[in-house]
Structures are given as structure tokens and as C-alpha cells.
Design a protein around this ligand. Structure first.
Ligand SMILES: CC(C)(COP(=O)(O)OP(=O)(O)OC[C@H]1O[C@@H](n2cnc3c(N)ncnc32)[C@H](O)[C@@H]1OP(=O)(O)O)[C@@H](O)C(=O)NCCC(=O)NCCS
Length: 175
């Protein structure tokens, strides 16, 4: 993620999250927070400017990667792109030598939980009234990020790329 991406990130952020982060929070994350790493997913059609369709990030703290956010534009959901972004976060966490990945997710957010469980995350606890002092968070982690997990991740990436390749039929590409 670059500073120039933030306005497109904010459009998705406001459409997706009940308590969106401010643009200044993203500015801080990408310019000043050395523990933070943020990715964007862009879609390119040959004759048009690229379009930002998702983003995700994490903080690396004492060997633990804490996923701070992940979102896909509503119009682009259900095509494997959230999974693509999540794999890229997990890849980076492995490259950063993280030994675990952790995140909070709303108890009601079964879509995101299904994605995380697909990647072997398990619910390990709860944070009561974590969201807007109302809704509980589920704490989910994957541990350890060992060779077995890396092999699993490689297989999942290969399968996903195959599915994406079949779907796009040369009309778009994702970065
Ligand atoms: C979570 C999110 C990033 C998933 O993105 P997406 O591009 O729609 O998801 P994908 O198409 O890549 O699907 C990947 C997996 O997610 C799960 N999933 C996706 N949509 C789902 C749905 N409607 N119901 C249940 N599971 C679903 C499935 O496990 C799916 O794998 P499958 O295709 O093999 O079944 C997206 O829903 C989103 O941006 N949500 C709002 C923001 C948010 O909740 N972020 C998480 C904060 S903790």
C-alpha cells in the first residue's frame, strides 16, 4: 500500500466496516509504523487504469503476525480474491519468520471465519464486547507456521491460481 492508494482504500473501508479507520491511521501505518505491512490488490483490464479492489495488513510483534485488516470491495466478492490477499499475508508472515498468525473477527462474521478456518485457523479465545463495546470478538490463530504449513500454503496457492486462471480467461489480471 502506498500513500496514493489511501483514497481508494478509504472508499472500501467506509463501505465495509461499521467503524472505519481514518485515512490518517493508514498514513501512519505505511509511513511510520515499522511493525506494519500492508498489501493492496489491484485489477488491471488492458484498456483501463488499474483499480484497487482490496487490501490487507498485519503487524509483526515478537514473532507474531497480527492481521489488522482485510477487505475486498463488495463488487468483487466471492471470486477467490479475498483468499488471494489472505495467502499473500500468510506468505509474508512466513517470510518475516513469524511463528504464529493471529487475528480478531466478529462472532457474527461467518464469511471471514470460514476463510480463516480454510487456512487452518482455530478459535482460541474470545474478547467480550470488543467491537463498539457491543459485539464479542473471536480470537483465531494458526500455529506453528512450520514446514508443514508452508507446504499446505503452497498447495492452496496453486489450487487458487488454477481456479483464478480458469475464471479470468485472459480478460483481467490481478497484482
Ligand atoms: C472476508 C472477505 C475478505 C472474503 O473475501 P472474498 O473475496 O469474498 O472471499 P473469496 O471469494 O476469496 O472466498 C474465500 C473463502 O472465504 C469463504 N467465503 C467467502 N464467501 C463466503 C460466504 N458468503 N459464506 C461463507 N464463506 C465464504 C470460503 O471459505 C471461501 O472459500 P471457498 O470458495 O473454497 O468456499 C470479504 O468477505 C470481505 O471483505 N468482508 C468484509 C470485511 C471483513 O469482514 N473482513 C474481515 C475482518 S476480520
Amino acid at each position: 500500500m502506498r500513500l496514493a492508494d489511501i483514497s481508494a482504500v478509504m472508499a472500501i473501508e467506509h463501505a465495509v466496516f461499521p467503524t472505519p479507520w481514518k485515512a490518517s491511521a493508514y498514513e501512519y501505518e505505511i509511513t511510520s509504523n515499522r511493525l506494519a505491512s500492508y498489501q493492496v490488490l489491484t485489477q488491471q483490464q488492458s484498456d483501463r487504469p488499474s483499480q484497487l479492489i482490496g487490501y490487507a495488513g498485519y503487524w509483526l510483534i515478537s514473532g507474531e503476525a497480527h492481521v489488522s485488516t482485510i477487505a475486498i470491495d463488495l463488487a468483487w466478492r466471492g471470486k477467490g480474491l479475498g483468499e488471494l490477499l489472505f495467502i499473500s499475508i500468510l506468505d509474508l508472515a512466513c517470510a518475516d519468520a513469524a511463528h504464529l498468525v493471529t487475528l480478531e473477527v466478529r462472532k457474527s462474521n461467518s464469511t471471514a471465519q470460514t476463510l480463516y478456518r480454510k487456512y487452518r485457523f482455530q478459535a482460541v479465545g474470545e474478547r467480550p464486547r470488543y467491537y463498539e463495546k457491543r459485539e464479542d470478538a473471536l480470537l483465531m490463530t494458526i500455529e506453528p507456521l512450520d514446514d508443514d504449513f508452508r507446504v499446505f500454503l503452497r498447495g492452496m496457492r496453486r489450487d487458487l491460481f488454477q481456479r483464478l486462471g480458469q475464471k479470468k480467461e485472459g480478460s483481467s489480471s490481478y497484482k
